[in-house]
Design a protein around this ligand. Structure first.
Ligand code: BTN
Length: 239
């Protein structure tokens, strides 16, 4: 793997997409310690202060049956496994791809296709000062470690994470990630709201994640909605 490391970039996904368009080979990763224009899912921004790990990895899309959602889910499992292996901490995955630690978001993932490759962008709040996030993010985010806490070396974490992801992507016969993905869901079994552009478009019980990583939601009348993209949130009991 080739890792290009920067103190600050606007967005590691933007940077690597540009390299990919200019013919960069799969296997290249771009790592920044801060981002000024971090990109999130659904057209949102991703707040990226110092202390976080912001990394994008260019991977091959060799198997057309592996849709964007599967690639994203694999990345979620790779991050979750790395946090367990390197930090000894247990996380869950909020469909599609938010990594949850202590009921709060600790990592977001954005996969973007680029021809026969994909850029997988991963943003982890590693030793992030929560006060450095904007107010709305502070309500939902957490960091794996406090700034002053002793934490495992970031280089060790990054190389382990890239290795975990690369081996999942390039070993199509290894389906073990799927059981981990399903088994770590923080959503299945809960009543959820289905959101589109921030607005509620439906609700029901999240019953399962299928083998294509789609989320099944069944409403009060038994009607099933199968989601392959978008966003859900757990319905609070007083909603
Ligand atoms: C989300 O939660 O909406 C996805 C966030 C993805 C953020 C990462 S940080 C590294 C890479 N570069 C970006 O601009 N975005 C991704």
């Amino acid at each position: 793997m080739k890792i290009l490391e920067f103190d600050c970039l606007d967005s590691t996904n933007r940077y690597l997409m540009d390299l990919a368009k200019d013919g960069e080979e799969a296997g290249t990763a771009v790592w920044a310690h801060r981002q000024t224009g971090g990109r999130g899912r659904l057209g949102r921004s991703f707040s990226s202060p110092e202390g976080g790990i912001y990394i994008s990895i260019l991977v091959p899309l060799t198997d057309p049956s592996k849709s964007n959602i599967n690639i994203t889910a694999m990345a979620g499992v790779a991050v979750m496994r790395t946090i367990k292996q390197v930090c000894g901490k247990n996380c869950g995955i909020k469909w599609v791809n938010d990594i949850i630690y202590n009921d709060r978001k600790v990592c977001g993932i954005l996969a973007q296709a680029c021809g026969d490759k994909a850029v997988i962008g991963i943003g982890i709040n590693y030793r992030t000062e929560i006060s450095e996030f904007p107010e709305d993010v502070r309500q939902i985010a957490c960091s794996l470690y406090a700034r002053e806490e002793k934490a495992p070396d970031e280089k060790t974490f990054v190389s382990k994470m890239i290795g975990n992801l690369w081996s999942l992507i390039t070993t199509p016969e290894d389906n073990s990630w799927l059981a981990d993905y399903k088994g770590s869901s923080t959503i299945v079994g809960n009543k959820v709201l289905i959101l589109k552009a921030g607005a509620v478009t439906g609700e029901g019980l999240a019953t399962e994640i299928d083998d294509s990583c789609r989320l099944h939601v069944v409403d009060e009348d038994g009607n099933e909605t199968v989601l392959s993209t978008g966003e859900v949130s757990i319905r609070k009991t007083d909603d």
